[in-house]
Design a protein around this ligand. Structure first.
Ligand code: SF4
Ligand code: SF4
Length: 311
């Protein structure tokens, strides 16, 4: 296929828009740059990946997308808005916005599969869609593909549109014209560092997952959390959005049009009483198609009752 194939690139981006993606960009599938690799390795060495043990494996694959798909030429980065149109009432225990509706893995996978088929059809090349299913540095690739920049809150920030976006990647053997990487930064802003209730963010832009509530409430399944967590958890039970909510780039976030991401009845009415009255089986049924299913019932109950151990 000739390079750069502008016509095919335009068709791919149009298809992404028609499938509801909010942004789509291309980056050459060359290895991750040394500085980004060193930063990541240092983060793991310091143990700041915490209970995200998976983050320390597959360093070679994480560095080189051509190990995910032989002959890879391009990483396509896609973003899908999940900023809610409706919010939980104040009496409900707080769930991070990303887990309000249907499991984003399911929603994104459906859309990414359609994208991948479309790309294969028009380029006759191979594709490998990735939705948290492969060790790939999704924010890094989104930045390189020009979608936005990685903020101090460790989220991908799309200038003027914020950070409430799911990211997905399609690695492909199709050679597509790379977009200009985004070179914006947070500048002097440090609002998220100050707003983090757990002191998990460093000014240099790293997150200590051993302190991050998002990680502790979702990925840590220990019977008990450290006592200090009870002092800062507030009424959160699933994740934490604080470092995004305070970010000026989210001041003008617009609501998603993806109906699947609307808060479910279970999320809107999630109270401690409701959780305590649930059985493990009911939890599984209620959250079968929700990202909350990853918590397991015992973890959700632990999060809802953490203040008991703190009295
Ligand atoms: S998700 Fe919450 S706890 Fe984690 S870094 Fe952001 S503000 Fe801090
Ligand atoms: S709050 Fe400020 S420092 Fe934090 S990510 Fe947003 S712009 Fe960057």
């Amino acid at each position: 296929m000739p390079f750069p194939n502008i016509d095919i690139a335009t068709k791919i981006k149009s298809q992404a828009a028609s499938l509801g993606f909010d942004a789509c960009g291309f980056a050459a599938a060359t290895p991750v740059d040394d500085e980004a690799v060193a930063r990541y390795d240092r983060w793991v060495e310091l143990g700041h990946n915490g209970c995200m043990k998976w983050a320390s494996g597959h360093g070679d694959l994480r560095r080189d997308p051509s190990l995910l798909l032989e002959g890879a030429k391009t990483v396509i980065s896609l973003a899908l808005n999940y900023y809610p149109a409706r919010f939980q009432p104040p009496e409900a225990l707080r769930v991070a916005y990303y887990a309000y509706g249907r499991d984003y893995h399911e929603v994104l996978r459906e859309k990414m599969t359609k994208m991948a088929h479309f790309i294969e059809e028009i380029t006759h090349c191979e594709t490998r869609p990735c939705v948290d299913s492969a060790p790939i540095r999704e924010r890094y690739w989104a930045q390189r593909a020009g979608l936005g920049f990685i903020g101090r809150n460790n989220c991908l920030i799309i200038p003027g549109r914020g950070s409430f976006f799911f990211l997905g990647e399609i690695v492909t053997t199709a050679q597509l014209p790379p977009d200009e990487p985004c070179t914006l930064t947070c500048g002097n802003c440090g609002k998220c560092v100050d707003a983090c209730p757990a002191g998990a963010l460093g000014v240099e832009g790293s997150v200590d997952a051993t302190r991050c509530l998002s990680c502790l409430l979702i990925e840590n399944h220990d019977e008990q959390l450290p006592e200090w967590v009870g002092n800062v958890i507030g009424n959160r039970v699933v994740g934490c959005d604080e470092c995004q909510l305070c970010c000026p780039h989210n001041a003008h976030a617009v609501a998603t049009t993806v109906e699947d991401f609307a808060p479910t009845e279970a999320v809107m009415t999630l109270t401690r009483e409701r959780i305590e009255a649930m059985t493990s089986g009911e939890f599984k049924r209620t959250f079968a198609h929700s990202a909350i299913s990853r918590l397991r019932y015992k973890t959700l109950l632990r999060n809802a009752t953490i203040h008991d151990g703190n009295k």
